[in-house]
Design a protein. Sequence first.
Length: 105
Amino acid sequence: MDPVETLARRIVRQMWDYTEGLPGRWAPLATIGERLELDDEGETHAAVQFAVEQQWLEEFGGYNSIRLTQAGRGTSATVEEALVEEAFELQAGDAPRQTAENKAA
């Protein structure tokens, strides 16, 4: 997964946590950045811009505030699964990817 998309998904997930998934709640991007310990403004802006393009987030005030869209609220439910899967793949290295069939075994 592209690093920008990965960070966008982390931001969307953090927005879900921060707003408790409730619609219409705005959050300062700086607050979300602090919660995720993001230091690179350029990377953060690129990730938020990506999330806006995917219609997961809306922005206001030149990316000062963000909020989840309906699609973003739905996406955030799967974000954690994707991040766990990516972490599993990184730990597994060259090992075969775990599938649903493997998990059931």
